[in-house]
Design a protein around this ligand. Structure first.
Ligand SMILES: Cc1cc2nc3c(=O)[nH]c(=O)nc-3n(C[C@H](O)[C@H](O)[C@H](O)COP(=O)(O)OP(=O)(O)OC[C@H]3O[C@@H](n4cnc5c(N)ncnc54)[C@H](O)[C@@H]3O)c2cc1C
Length: 444
């Protein structure tokens, strides 16, 4: 049994703590703020529920599913996405177009032109060798899927996931599974079939992906984990020093000295330099401050159903860069989950800024509304003003796995080797989604 301190209480920290506690280790989670969850922040205001950060978690593996089900109270509190919210929209020529989800709908869709579809088919079937250099997502997509598919599928998707710029994001680090696919076979379609057949051979049924949240929002997930961890989770902690003494880690917090076998840092990369680390560790981690986190504004607004002419019959709408709009995308939370608004209202969550247009994210709610309301009104056919407004400005939102990101990952490993008993974890390591963070916690 080891005594382990975990700094931060985002999903990575709490998931790792739960895994370690299940194995019998003595864990202490040290969180600066008075609330657990980090980027996960759900705000209930009367009957409205606004998510300031992540809206939902996509459970995409048996591992993550089993982890979630191991949390006491999970099954009673989990809320699965409505089957009616499967549809996704992409804006084209000012109109929301349905994203094809089957082969037949891909053939008939108006989202892509016949030329674009033909180009895609050719590119999927023609053998192409890897250029041998680290490629951006934009370069890879244009090369392997064609320009139109890049503009009206990949570009908006990257805006929706990373709030990122596909010209700067590295395919290898931001989408490692697709990168691996290309390395597997030089015909993309054959590579994809190869993966499906390999999975079949293992005789493991394919995991049916599910999207979930909770009645009172995603914050219930870290709260359930914190409840399960009990006294091990300390919030409102003031860290005074983190250093080593022979083979132990010594942490001073809240005016007391504590000794641990291991310490796990899970704070965002940009805030590592603000931790009271011993000078040699502080210097070794300084380089992580260069990881790019663009600003994002997240606006939750509600309307009476009768004010909105679009049926909002889906998950949400993504906006390609070439459409030259101010918003990155909009989610339809009241169509995805119950308990988001009073009866008869609809809720929209709108994202602005990111690396596409960082200058548009602003802490000024009035300025943001002046920008967003006319645009969203035109796209979704909305009349008059919203009946509920909740805005969160993130000056540093999501880490960008840009070209050359491997240098950060290599240096993290070097630091861990140099400082024994130290582990560095979080969404800047093995993927940004909540599922990625949980997988990292399970596999570490
Ligand atoms: C706007 C937005 C929307 C998103 N949408 C989705 C989505 O829909 N689905 C999805 O899967 N993912 C989404 N993500 C990504 C996902 O939410 C994050 O990647 C994930 O929550 C990060 O978790 P983490 O534990 O690595 O870090 P964090 O959540 O950042 O946690 C770090 C913790 O460290 C603490 N800390 C910092 N400094 C100190 C200190 N000095 N002492 C002690 N503690 C400290 C912080 O208070 C925080 O609690 C979104 C992210 C953002 C910002």
């Amino acid at each position: 049994m080891k005594k382990i301190a975990i700094i931060g209480s985002g999903i990575t920290a709490l998931a790792r703590a739960w895994e370690l506690q299940k194995c019998g280790h003595m864990v202490t989670v040290l969180e600066r703020s008075n609330q657990v969850g980090g980027s996960i922040c759900s705000c209930r205001e009367g009957a409205y529920l606004a998510e300031e950060g992540p809206n939902s978690i996509q459970v995409n593996s048996y591992e993550v599913d089993a982890f979630l089900k191991s949390i006491p109270g999970f099954s009673e509190h989990a809320l699965y996405a409505s089957v009616d919210a499967k549809k996704r929209f992409i804006l084209k020529a000012g109109l929301p177009r349905t994203v094809p989800m089957s082969l037949l709908s891909a053939v008939t869709t108006k989202l892509w032109s016949p030329t674009g579809k033909l180009a895609l088919l050719k590119k999927l079937l023609i053998p192409t060798s890897n250029p041998g250099i680290e490629e951006s997502i934009a370069d890879f997509s244009r090369r392997r899927l064609g320009n139109e598919l890049y503009e009206y599928a990949i570009n908006p998707m990257v805006g929706g996931i990373y709030a990122g710029d596909p010209e700067s994001l590295s395919l290898r680090y931001a989408f490692p599974k697709i990168h691996a696919l290309e390395k597997r076979r030089n015909i993309l379609l054959v590579a994809a079939l190869d993966v499906i057949l390999a999975a079949r051979k293992k005789n493991k049924p394919r995991f049916k992906k599910r999207i979930l949240s909770f009645k009172n929002g995603l914050l219930e997930l870290p709260q359930l984990l914190a409840k399960a961890l009990g006294e091990s989770v300390k919030t409102g902690v003031c860290l005074e020093s983190i250093g080593r003494n022979q083979d132990k880690w010594v942490i001073n917090w809240n005016d007391h000295e504590h000794s641990y076998d291991q310490v796990i840092l899970t704070t965002p990369a940009h805030s590592l330099s603000k931790l009271p680390l011993e000078p040699s560790l502080h210097n070794a981690l300084e380089f992580l401050g260069a990881i790019d986190y663009p600003p994002v504004s997240v606006l939750n607004i509600a309307f009476k159903r009768s004010q909105v002419s679009h049926p909002l019959d889906g998950f949400g709408l993504l906006v390609p860069e070439c459409e030259r709009r101010s918003i990155l995308g909009v989610l339809f939370p009241s169509s995805i989950f119950q308990h988001r608004t009073p009866e008869g209202d609809v809720l929209l969550t709108i994202f602005v800024g990111g690396n596409r247009q960082p200058e548009l994210a602003t802490p000024d709610t009035e300025e943001l509304l002046r920008l967003v309301l006319p645009e969203i009104g035109e796209i979704l056919g909305i009349k008059d003003s919203p009946c509920f407004i909740h805005h969160k400005y993130w000056d540093k939102s999501i880490p960008q796995y840009n070209l050359g990101y491997g240098q950060f990952l290599k240096q993290i490993k070097d630091v861990e080797k140099k400082f024994s008993g130290l582990q560095i974890m979080g969404n800047y390591r093995d993927g940004i989604s909540l599922s990625n963070c949980i997988e990292q916690a399970i596999r570490s």
